[in-house]
Ligand binder design. Structure first.
Ligand SMILES: Cc1cc2nc3c(=O)[nH]c(=O)nc-3n(C[C@H](O)[C@H](O)[C@H](O)COP(=O)(O)OP(=O)(O)OC[C@H]3O[C@@H](n4cnc5c(N)ncnc54)[C@H](O)[C@@H]3O)c2cc1C
Length: 442
């Protein structure tokens, strides 16, 4: 934990230095005689925005040491927020110019404008595409695969156009060391692209897995058991996830994230339990024994081993969010971990609850009590119904469980998680005790 914290601080400091470096070289001058301050401010904002954008490629490049201290969830959240901040900063650059002198508006005419302005304009247009596309993809119902491809393409060309704009303007790269900075940033970007598109996929190809079994579970879920082909595989912590590529090679950039559902103590194989929800997941059932797949992992900070201080555990899965929780329970059973567990398992219907038979078996091996909360219960039902709320929670939870020694693990669809988190805070837990994983990054 301590090591993770120090690494996180170092990464944040380096990130801050790299983002502000262009501004520092701007301040260090030399300043052109007679230039108004607002012009430099405008350029400074653009520089910081661009530097922020450039380093977004590193954040999402799945470099494990860079992601591990924060967790993938947080990295993608940061990616989203920083994208919006960078967008506002870059956008402020031309706006300030127009405020300074209305004649700058003429530069928007791409037919008559000089090339430096054309590149600047193109870069801002692409940036608008990148940010609005990410913000409104779900509302506009843009298919994820299509969006992901164009998000990457637009971001790359946006940065290339912006750097070209800086060099054509020339004022701020008038000394060799300033040129080195921007060339360095561009080289880093190209390096990241080579790493993520060529080197990393090559490594995955050499460490492929073979499907051992595809098993149907309740709730339109299929469990995929995979074994490493000619390599030792990887170890993971209960609750972590991995990226799965099937039917294509890792060069195709079509991987999907799934929790590792099996016990972390199992060395021979790994399992993912996948709910049929869309174009990729609906094909999982067709995977046959012996088919080759690629698994890139493990990732994520949502895991049991990260919180050894928890003396008792409250686990709250919603629907298919049960998969990382199953990994935690299976691992605890294999380890003979006897910490007391309250499992609040939320589902829409009783018939489609996944793993209920196995949960019954696990209750014999673990010190665990399960409370099912069913949104639309069957006619004969004596369990909890509706949504999990503070009353249901309190009626099953001893008062001394609402304390720092309890670890709460929450995973499910975003609306359920937001609602349950509110209830947990209302009953007295703090954010320190609640650990969660959202099943959507984008
Ligand atoms: C950390 C994590 C763990 C997950 N674990 C499980 C699990 O154990 N079992 C399970 O059934 N589902 C899990 N999911 C959800 C699963 O990744 C999506 O349901 C799946 O990718 C949908 O793909 P699709 O083509 O079938 O559906 P689509 O209709 O294409 O996608 C539905 C939604 O899933 C998300 N999504 C789609 N493709 C990707 C992708 N390549 N990368 C990231 N998000 C994507 C998007 O938000 C999209 O809107 C997990 C998601 C995350 C983020």
């Amino acid at each position: 934990m301590k090591k993770n914290k120090s690494l996180a601080i170092i990464i944040m400091i380096v990130n801050a230095i790299l983002i502000t470096a262009p501004l520092i070289i701007l301040i260090l001058g030399p300043r052109q005689e007679g230039r108004v301050v607002i012009l430099d401010v405008s350029v400074g904002l653009g520089f910081i925005g661009l530097a922020m954008m450039t380093f977004q490629f590193m954040n999402t490049a799945r470099i494990k040491p860079l992601n591990a201290p924060f967790g993938t969830d947080l990295v993608y959240h940061y990616h989203r927020q920083i994208g919006i901040a960078a967008f506002l900063l870059v956008f402020a650059h031309p706006i300030l110019l127009f405020i300074l002198d209305i004649r700058y508006l003429r530069l928007l005419n791409i037919f008559t404008a000089p090339w430096r302005a054309r590149f600047g304009f193109t870069s801002v247009l692409l940036l608008i595409g990148v940010v609005l596309g990410a913000e409104y993809r779900p509302t506009l119902k843009i298919p994820y695969k299509f969006w992901k491809f164009w998000h990457g393409v637009m971001a790359t060309f946006m940065i290339a156009a912006a750097v070209t704009h800086i060099f054509l303007v020339g004022n701020y790269v008038n000394l060799p060391w300033k040129q080195v900075l921007w060339i360095g940033y561009s080289a880093l970007l190209v390096g990241m692209l080579i790493y993520t598109r060529i080197i990393y996929p090559l490594r995955l190809i050499n460490r492929s897995f073979l499907v051992k079994e595809t098993k149907k579970e309740a709730g339109n879920v299929f469990t995929l058991t995979m074994v490493p082909d000619g390599h030792p595989g990887f170890r993971f912590k209960p609750g972590q996830f991995a990226w799965l590529t099937a039917w294509k090679t890792p060069f195709s950039d079509t991987e999907h994230p799934f929790s590792l559902a099996s016990s972390a103590e199992r060395e021979d194989s790994i399992q993912m339990s996948i709910k049929n929800l869309g174009p990729f997941t609906q094909r999982i059932q067709s995977l046959k024994a012996g088919e080759r797949v690629y698994v890139d992992g493990p990732y994520g900070s949502f895991n049991l081993d990260r919180h050894p201080e928890a003396e008792r555990l409250v686990m709250i899965p919603g629907g298919i969010g049960v998969t990382p929780i199953m990994s935690m329970l299976r691992t605890m059973a294999d380890r003979g971990d006897k910490r007391p567990i309250l499992l609040f398992y939320c589902n829409r219907e009783w018939e489609t609850v996944t793993f209920k038979e196995e949960i019954k078996e696990l209750e014999q091996k673990l010190d665990m009590k399960t409370i099912y909360t069913i949104e639309k219960p069957p006619e004969i039902w004596d369990g909890e119904s509706g949504f999990l709320n503070r009353d249901i929670f309190n009626s099953h939870t001893p008062a001394d469980w609402i304390s720092a020694g309890t670890g709460v693990f929450l995973c499910g669809p975003a609306p359920m998680m937001n609602a349950v988190e509110r209830e947990l805070l209302a009953v007295g837990y703090t954010h320190q005790e609640i650990h969660s994983e959202k099943y959507s990054f984008a």
